[in-house]
Ligand binder design. Structure first.
Ligand code: TEU
Ligand code: CA
Length: 539
């Protein structure tokens, strides 16, 4: 497979409302991001994926867009966006925008028109079914609680929404909708945007009468048209968010011929601690051996025939160091170990803001401190269903999306240097210890470890090219694998637990060159210390 220019790049995800506030209103904004570009350039990332900053009533923190061609005043102006693109460019950083194309906000002009009458030219931009009040077209459920159908009495019709009632689904069957979308994307491309992340893109080809949401029959037809009409006109980085992807589907999304996207976000690995038929709130332990095999499967399947992204975190997921690491006595070691495992693989690493500092989950005393629509709906639903408050809070501590959304911890001043005002969501109280100012100064910090991993990827082709091979498959503590090219072999070895783990690989690999190690002293006895991780290379 011919190498693509973007394959050795590293992406950093910014959740704008929680990154840096510049004007004291408690909400992060574009000028705030601009003021932190030097930090990001120092870290060494090549592109910034911004969660949505377009105009939005913020029902789902911007994933409900009311004007795709404007910036929400809360975040700044179009001028600020152009300035961000230009300032980032000076530092060789591209801006990746978040495209929410499955649905719009109900406050979008299209929807406002659509609900005026059945023969309004915009009516068919959305998905409607005739019916009677109280008699739903079917029993489909919306992601953020309740039915997927919302009654509009003036029309005598229901509209379809896979997410909240304020996120009506767009009708991709309508060629006019598709054309509007393409023109909008071309307009952003013209402004110098370097790429796009496509929100729930495998859900656009829904067929609600057949209860199909994900992977509808027309999905790839739509995606190929979308790609051809827009992204292929420039050489962009594009990534589709596809919760329903298996390796076969992922190969189509990320086909090296460029007919759909550059790469894919698939979620199999982050769903392993959720049992079949259960919700994410029903907690169960991580099946570690399965995790290794799952990664191995994806590494093998996509090698040479697709391209994966590598991530532990995003704005929807709990903090990885609290989830599968140890955010207490081994926070630093385990954060570095998790980074080592992930960055050693083939694919494009995504670092979610604060991950490079080892930021942790938060435990607010009660529900009044939480802001996420999904968390709030679940809380109400489970209370009604008779769950105990303590148990609901336990699920929230483990899985709430707000764990990832507390403000970025810049320093130990009030509100972690995020805002001079009152933050829209409280800062994690551990900011006095965990913050960017401390970590940029400390050569042994998690931050400087990430910086080193990013440098290694750029300096060693094997990170991008090497073929993956899982070692010690059934070992219940050690995650180990090799990457090989025609001339070199690299070996990644890590203890995924807080218990020492004897490892027969160490003796042999100690004779080779060490690329990175999360402990300061050599491993001389072949026993991996808690969360110890090493990358070796045999040149
Ligand atoms: O997320 C897709 C999605 O399916 C989420 O609802 C996911 O299941 C949930 O967050 C897991 O807890 C995307 C965005 O990333 C998310 O922030 C949006 O809320 C959602 O789409 C709707 O646009
Ligand atoms: Ca602000």
């Amino acid at each position: 497979m011919a190498r693509k220019w973007w394959q050795d790049k590293v992406v950093y995800q910014i959740y704008p409302r929680s990154f840096q506030d510049s004007n004291g209103d408690g909400i992060g904004d574009l000028p705030g991001i601009i003021s932190r570009l030097d930090y990001l350039a120092d870290l060494g990332v090549d592109a910034l994926w911004l969660s949505p900053v377009c105009q939005s009533p913020q029902d789902d923190n911007g994933y409900d867009i009311s004007d795709y061609q404007n910036i929400d005043p809360m975040f700044g102006t179009l001028d600020d966006m152009e300035q961000l693109i230009a300032e980032a460019k000076k530092r060789n950083i591209k801006i990746i925008m978040d495209l929410v194309l499955n649905h719009s906000s109900d406050e979008h002009r299209w929807f406002q028109e659509a609900k005026k009458s059945k023969d309004n030219p915009y009516h068919d931009y959305y998905v409607w079914r005739d019916g009677e009040e109280g008699v739903l077209p079917n029993d489909m459920k919306a992601s953020f609680g309740g039915s997927a159908w919302e009654w509009v009495p003036e029309l005598g019709q229901y509209y379809f929404h896979q997410f909240s009632v304020k996120q009506p689904d767009l009708n991709w069957e309508n060629p006019k909708v598709r054309r509007e979308i393409y023109d909008m994307i071309l307009w952003w491309m013209d402004k110098g945007v370097g790429g796009f992340r496509l929100d729930v893109i495998d859900q656009i080809a829904k067929e609600p009468d057949k209860k199909i949401t994900t992977n509808g029959p027309k999905l790839h037809e739509f995606l190929r048209e979308l790609s051809k009409e827009t992204f292929q006109k420039a050489d962009l980085i594009t990534v589709g968010e596809t919760w329903g992807a298996d390796p076969e589907r992922a190969k189509r999304y990320s086909n090296p011929d460029g007919s759909e996207f550059s790469m894919v976000f698939q979620f199999e690995h982050v769903m392993l601690d959720q049992e079949e038929g259960k919700e994410k709130w029903d907690l169960s332990p991580l099946p570690f051996v399965e995790l290794k095999k799952n990664f191995a499967k994806w590494q093998k399947e996509l090698h040479g025939s697709g391209w994966n992204s590598l991530f532990w975190n995003n704005h929807d997921l709990p903090r990885i160091v609290s989830r599968w690491g140890n955010d207490k006595e081994y926070r630093v070691e385990s954060a570095k170990m998790l980074a080592t495992i992930l960055h050693g693989m083939q694919g494009t690493p995504y670092i979610y803001q604060g991950e490079e500092l080892g930021m942790t989950n938060v435990r607010f005393p009660d529900i009044t401190h939480y802001r996420d629509i999904e968390t709030l709906h679940m809380y109400e639903e489970r209370l009604e269903a008779g769950y105990k408050k303590e148990d609901i809070m336990k699920s929230i501590y483990a899985k709430s999306r707000d764990n990832a959304r507390t403000p970025m911890q810049w320093n130990d001043s009030t509100n972690a240097g995020f805002t001079t005002g009152t933050p829209w969501i409280e800062v994690n109280p551990n900011y006095t210890e965990i913050n960017a100012e401390n970590e940029t100064k400390d050569p042994d910090s998690i931050y400087n470890y990430y910086k080193k991993l990013i440098k290694l990827r750029k300096a060693n082709e094997i990170f991008t090219e090497g073929e993956f091979h899982l070692l010690l498959e059934e070992d219940s503590q050690i995650f180990a694998y090799t990457r090989t090219t025609e001339t070199e072999t690299m070996c990644v070895i890590a203890n995924f637990t807080a218990t020492p783990a004897p490892c027969r690989l160490i003796e042999k690999w100690n004779k080779t060159e060490k690329l990175i190690h999360n402990y300061k002293t050599e491993n001389t006895d072949g026993i991996l210390r808690p969360y110890e991780a090493i990358i070796y290379i045999d040149r």
